[in-house]
Design a protein around this ligand. Structure first.
Ligand code: 3PG
Length: 328
C-alpha cells in the first residue's frame, strides 16, 4: 500500500540529488575558469584592487540588465534588508579583495591551500567571539587543518608574506560573511541569486573608493600600457572573462545555498578547492615539493574530518529539536 506514496518521494529525492550535483559541478567548473583567468590577468596587470572592483561591477551590471529585461525578477527590498546586508557586504568586500591581493603575490594553489583552512577560523571565531562550544572531535580536527596549512606554508617555494596574510584575512572575513549572511537570508524573502546580486552591488559601492585610494587611475594607466604591450588586446578579454566567471560562480554557489545546508555547502567548497589546486598546478606548471603537497593533503583531510564531525553534531541537534517539538 505504501508503494504509490513512496515512489514519487523517492523520485523527487533523486531529482533533488541530481539538481544539487549539477549545481556543484557547474560551481566548481566556473570557479576553476575564474581562477585561471584571474591569475593570467594578475600576472600581466598586477592591480588586484582594480580587478576585484571590476568583477563586482560586471556582476552588478549583469544583474541590473537581467532585472531590466525581466530575465530575472527584481527583488522587493526595503531599508531593513540593505541595513542587514551591509555587514555581509563589508565582509564580502574584505574577503574578496584580500584573496585577490593574495593571488597577485603567490601561486593560485597556495592561496587555496591556505583558504582550505577556513573551517578552523570558523570554529575559533564561534568559540571565542560567539561563545559556542563544540565536541572534542571538532577541536581535534583543527590539528590537521592548522598543521597541514603550516607545513604547506613553510615548504612553499615561492612564499610571500603579503600573499599568505591575504589568504588568512580572506578566511577570517568570509567566516564573518557566513555568520552575517545566515542571519540575513533567514525568512528567505529574497532568492539566493538576487541576494548575491544585491551583495555585489553594495560591495561595489564599498570597494570603489578604496580601490581608487590604494591604486588609483595613474597606476592603472601605466600598468595598462605595460600589460597591453605584453599580452595585446587579449588582455581585455581575460579581464572580461575573470569578471563574468567571478559573478557566475558566486551566483551559482548562492543559488545552491537555497537547496542545501551551510554545512553541505562548506563540504562542496572544500572539494572545489581541490579542483582549483590541481588544475592551477597543471596549467601554470607550479613547482610543488612532495612535502608541500603532503601539507595540502593533510589540511584538506582535516577539513573533511571537521565536516564529518560537524555533520554529526548538526544531525543530533536537529534530532533533539524534533524530539522536543514532538514532546511539546
Ligand atoms: C575572491 O576573489 O573572492 C576569492 O577568490 C574567493 O574565494 P572563494 O570563493 O573560493 O572562497
Amino acid at each position: 500500500r505504501s508503494e504509490p506514496i513512496e515512489a514519487p518521494d523517492l523520485k523527487s529525492e533523486a531529482a533533488k540529488k541530481v539538481k544539487i550535483g549539477i549545481y556543484f559541478a557547474v560551481w566548481w567548473a566556473l570557479n576553476v575558469v575564474f581562477n585561471i583567468y584571474n591569475k593570467k590577468v594578475l600576472n600581466a596587470f598586477p592591480y588586484p584592487w582594480l580587478t576585484s572592483t571590476l568583477s563586482l561591477a560586471c556582476g552588478s551590471l549583469m544583474m541590473l540588465l537581467s532585472w531590466a529585461t525581466r530575465i530575472a525578477e527584481a527583488p522587493k527590498t526595503d531599508f531593513e534588508f540593505w541595513k542587514t546586508l551591509f555587514p555581509v557586504a563589508v565582509a564580502h568586500t574584505i574577503g574578496h579583495v584580500a584573496a585577490t591581493v593574495s593571488m597577485s603575490k603567490v601561486a593560485v594553489s597556495f592561496t587555496h591551500i591556505i583558504k582550505s583552512g577556513e573551517p578552523a577560523f570558523s570554529v575559533l571565531v564561534s568559540r571565542f567571539l560567539l561563545g559556542e562550544t563544540f565536541p572534542l572531535q571538532v577541536y581535534l580536527s583543527l590539528v590537521p587543518i592548522i598543521g597541514g596549512c603550516a607545513l604547506a606554508a613553510v615548504t612553499e617555494l615561492n612564499f610571500n608574506m603579503v600573499g599568505f596574510m591575504g589568504a588568512m584575512i580572506s578566511n577570517l572575513a568570509f567566516v564573518f560573511r557566513n555568520i552575517f549572511s545566515k542571519r540575513g537570508m533567514k525568512g528567505k524573502s529574497v532568492s539566493g541569486m538576487n541576494y548575491y546580486a544585491c551583495l555585489s552591488m553594495l560591495s561595489l559601492l564599498i570597494l570603489t573608493p578604496f580601490a581608487i585610494a590604494v591604486e588609483g587611475p595613474q597606476m592603472w594607466a601605466a600598468g595598462w600600457q605595460t600589460g597591453l604591450s605584453q599580452i595585446g588586446p587579449n588582455l581585455v578579454w581575460w579581464i572580461a572573462a575573470q569578471s563574468v566567471f567571478y559573478h557566475l560562480y558566486n551566483q551559482v554557489s548562492y543559488m545552491s545555498l537555497d537547496e542545501i545546508s551551510p554545512l553541505t555547502f562548506s563540504i562542496g567548497n572544500t572539494m572545489k578547492r581541490i579542483s582549483v589546486i590541481v588544475s592551477s598546478i597543471i596549467i601554470f606548471r607550479t613547482p610543488v615539493q612532495p612535502v608541500n603537497a603532503l601539507g595540502a593533503a593533510i589540511a584538506i583531510l582535516g577539513t573533511f574530518l571537521y565536516s564529518q564531525w560537524s555533520l554529526i553534531v548538526e544531525t543530533s541537534t536537529d534530532c533533539s529539536k524534533e524530539a522536543l517539538e514532538q514532546a511539546d
